[in-house]
Design a protein around this ligand. Structure first.
Ligand code: 5GP
Length: 185
């Protein structure tokens, strides 16, 4: 089983790219993460995330149910479930949408079996505009996300490939090309 990790600061277009990649590549399965954050409008339990209470999340940590987990934002936990990666091989690869620390942990654990891709916005200013346009986060949440984004951008050089999401179509094409090359190798 090969692992493909898509990482990007919140608002860099990663979720859209991930959806497009999933639509166009049939042999990929999406790894649904668990989180303690509240559901945004349009999100579905078991599809976008498994939305868990902190108590249930902690119980899963105790039970060693996660490959990796993290307090991505203060008080908000996110984690990759072992079960999600180890489901019987109905596909040749799994796509993970996780943050920088999670991606680097996956690389450490899986080495050449994993491809870690960093999707970056053209600049922090563009990212701020996109987050504002999305309008799903409060001003405080946005400040926290932007601060984390600045830190994440500085770690992009530790990834296998960096894709700039200036033009979405172009970024999708580049991402798919990277994944195909990796799966063929
Ligand atoms: P959001 O709340 O915007 O959906 O996601 C916030 C951040 O958490 C994103 O950077 C996303 O990639 C990351 N994330 C989602 N699931 C996981 C996970 O299972 N593990 C880690 N480490 N990060 C995750």
């Amino acid at each position: 089983m090969k692992l493909i990790v898509l990482t990007a600061p919140s608002g860099a277009g990663k979720t859209t790219i991930a959806r497009r990649v999933m639509d166009e590549m049939e042999d990929l399965r999406f790894s649904v993460s668990a989180t303690t954050r509240t559901r945004r409008e349009g999100e579905e339990h078991g599809v976008d995330y498994f939305f868990l209470s902190e108590e249930v999340f902690r119980a899963k940590v105790e039970a060693r149910a996660f490959i990796e987990y993290e307090e991505v934002y203060p008080g908000l936990f996110y984690g990759t479930l072992k079960d999600e990666l180890e489901r019987p091989a109905e596909s040749t690869a799994v796509l993970l949408d996780i943050d920088v620390v999670g991606a680097l942990n996956v690389k450490k654990l899986y080495g050449k079996q994993a491809l870690i891709l960093f999707i970056r916005p053209p600049s922090l200013e563009v990212l701020e505009e996109r987050l504002t346009a999305r309008g799903t986060d409060s001003a405080t949440d946005m400040a926290v996300r932007l601060e984390k984004a600045a830190l994440e951008l500085s770690q992009a050089n530790q990834f296998d490939e960096v894709i700039v999401n200036d033009d979405l179509e172009q970024a999708v094409v580049e991402t798919i090309a990277c994944i195909r090359a990796f799966l063929a190798g």
